[in-house]
Design a binder for this molecule. Structure first.
Ligand code: G3I
Length: 302
């Protein structure tokens, strides 16, 4: 039978992907599922700052290399994740309080990562979780030291390092039409002024949902479409979900044209970052759950 990735592509979408990393892909059952059922991978942790550059100028690409090599060998797209985030920062970065020094460090980090994987990445979450729920900019080490210009600086560095990568801003609770969605549209518009080459190619909606929220996702995607860039659902999981909730989210992406891709945040329930809530598509025995079958069902209908 066709995989949910193949079925999703039949609806004109780019891929249906999954977050994973070396410690999961080295388990044969996980590699088999990632290979058969999904069309893209996101490194769940291996491309985050503290994993990649634990000391200044000392790069550790071991985990990221494994993920990228696996994806290339198996013909999967790759969503890189992430560069500018207030979390997962090593102390040496947090200790930099001089703006120009931090800009130099940021530009070097982005350039090193994108040069290493030149031409291999489909997209990158250059900016992760920049907004408060009211739509204002979150205060992080980046904005405190560099200011809001950090977003433009990071996007320009990424564009220069590999122009083939789609550059995303990724955030959570964009799951209904709300003030944070409006803030995201404003942020993208401010970075993509009319008459200039756009810096932002896409908005990632993480979609770490709560049970019962799936019906509102469509309205969130429609409102995000106002920014005029691609949209990706990037980290979908639904604790305690009815199988139909997964179906509803997939249907929302299919019916909103700018929504190009959808990724779930892990393969097996026990490996989820919220492992007690069974939020994913495969159970502890690597069996496809009713949620998986509900997605296949909706994708099989014209
Ligand atoms: O690798 C170490 C291990 O050596 C150590 O023994 C263990 C002890 O705590 O920690 C391990 O690192 C953990 C890492 O996951 C790898 O498993 C970190 O503590 C833990 O904080 C980290 O959690 C990740 C979290 O982001 C923080 O970066 C989750 O796996 C990951 O699913 C989660 O993903 C985020 C997205 O990046 C952004 N959106 C929200 C999403 C969920 O929080």
């Amino acid at each position: 039978t066709a995989s949910i990735d193949n079925l999703f592509k039949n609806h004109g979408k780019t891929f249906l992907g999954v977050a994973t990393d070396e410690k999961y892909l080295t388990v044969q059952q996980n590699a088999a599922i990632a290979g058969q059922d999904f069309g893209a991978v996101t490194p769940e942790n291996s491309m985050k700052w503290a994993a990649i550059e634990p000391s200044r100028g000392v790069f550790n690409f071991t985990g990221a290399d494994y993920l990228v090599n696996w994806a290339v060998t198996n013909g999967k797209s790759i969503r890189g994740h992430n560069f500018v985030w207030g979390e997962y920062l090593p102390n040496w970065v947090l200790n930099i309080t001089d703006a120009q020094t931090l800009i130099d460090v940021l530009q070097n980090h982005i350039t090193q990562v994108l040069n290493r994987y030149q031409g291999l990445l489909y997209a990158f979450d250059v900016i992760n979780e920049p907004l408060n729920q009211d739509g204002s900019l979150k205060s992080t080490h980046w904005t405190q030291v560099i200011g809001p210009d950090v977003f433009r600086i990071a996007l320009e560095a990424a564009r220069a390092a590999d122009p083939s990568v789609k550059l995303y801003i990724n955030d959570y609770t964009l799951d209904w039409n709300n003030t944070k969605v409006a803030g995201m549209v404003n942020l993208v518009n401010s970075l993509n002024p009319p008459g200039q080459p756009p810096l932002v190619d896409g908005i990632g909606s993480q979609a770490h949902l709560n049970a019962g929220e799936a019906p509102s996702v469509h309205g969130g995607l429609v409102a995000l479409s106002e920014a005029g860039v691609d949209i990706a659902i990037t980290e979908l999981d639904i604790p305690g979900a009815e199988p139909s909730e997964y179906q509803t989210v997939v249907q929302a992406c299919i019916s909103v044209r700018p929504c190009v891709s959808l990724s779930v945040w892990g393969i097996r329930d026990p490996d989820s970052y919220r492992p007690t809530t069974n939020p994913l598509l495969f159970d502890e025995s690597w069996q496809a759950k009713p949620a998986y079958n509900s997605i296949a069902g909706v994708l099989n209908s014209p």
